[in-house]
Ligand binder design. Structure first.
Ligand code: ADP
Ligand code: MG
Length: 257
């Protein structure tokens, strides 16, 4: 059997919303084990790319394959079950629940018992519950958020909330992790922390990471490959150092205040 090297592949993808063309003929492949960054000014189409990957949007024309399956044939839940999890540009956590409970929700993706089975609270259900707890505790250790375990989300600083959202996505034990501006709104120290965790996720856990940012700096430090988007089009693809020197990329960033 051929070794799978591309986990996700965009082929000539366009996405229209009425008159707005969010994506225009975008093609690129994301290789397994890459730390693949997507950067570009606001409105460039970055979030739309992620929403296409996890099936919230279907391309108007063109196609996307995910582990060699056509995304048009897949429901968002099926895409998640293939091992694709994500965080959002605006934090989407349950604010009135604790950090641990939010992370447990991610871990429960692996636990499959229906309401009738859990009614009987069988041995199997207890074992699965234990497994979800174990995954959650491992994630909490990994992200160094032990001290916030029982804190309610609303009471926590923004940077920690973002880290807990990352924890929920990790608890799903993904093969591919999609991160939509994980450092948005963070101060320098929080940004350095999150960059370090993203590197560890990539290197220690071996997860393919697709990272969106509108600021080039973090990406330049950690990405293995970068695609630069502008007005729905792919401006550049290559290594981060070359992106920083590319005149089209520089112009796109200077065109934005
Ligand atoms: N659901 C939607 N309905 C209408 N327009 C949308 C929708 N989602 C995105 N867009 C438009 O598509 C373009 C790209 O948006 P987006 O992918 O969010 O960009 P980015 O994440 O790079 O800031 C923008 O012009 C945005 O207004
Ligand atoms: Mg966005």
């Amino acid at each position: 059997m051929a070794i799978l090297t591309e986990v996700i592949s965009f082929k000539d993808v366009s996405l229209n919303f009425g008159g707005v063309q969010a994506l225009k003929n975008v093609s690129f492949d994301i290789k397994e084990n890459s730390l693949f960054a997507i950067i570009g000014p606001n409105g460039a189409g970055k979030t739309s790319l992620l929403n296409c990957i996890n099936g919230i949007y279907k391309p108007t024309t063109g196609s996307i394959s995910i582990f060699e399956k056509d995304s048009k044939e897949l429901h968002p839940d099926e895409i998640a079950n293939l091992g694709i999890s994500r965080t959002f540009q605006n934090i989407e956590l349950f604010e009135n629940m604790t950090a641990l409970d939010n992370i447990l929700i991610g871990a429960h993706r692996h636990v499959n018992y229906g309401p009738i089975r859990s009614l009987f609270y069988s041995k199997k259900v207890r074992e699965e519950e234990k497994k979800a707890r174990q995954i959650s505790e491992n994630v909490i250790d990994f992200l160094e958020i032990e001290e916030y375990r029982y804190s309610f989300i609303l009471s926590l600083p923004y940077g920690i909330q973002k880290r807990i959202e990352l924890g929920r996505a990790l608890a799903m034990e993904p093969k591919v992790l999609l991160l939509d501006e994980p450092a948005a709104g963070m101060n320098n120290e929080e940004t350095e922390d999150i960059a370090r965790f993203i590197l560890d996720i990539h290197e220690e856990l071996g997860i393919t990471v697709i990272l969106i940012d509108h600021d080039m700096n973090m990406v330049m430090d950690i990405a293995t490959e970068v695609v630069v988007m502008d007005f729905g089009e792919k401006l550049f693809q290559g290594n981060p150092a070359d992106a920083a020197r590319d005149q089209k990329v520089i112009d796109a960033y200077l065109g934005v205040s």
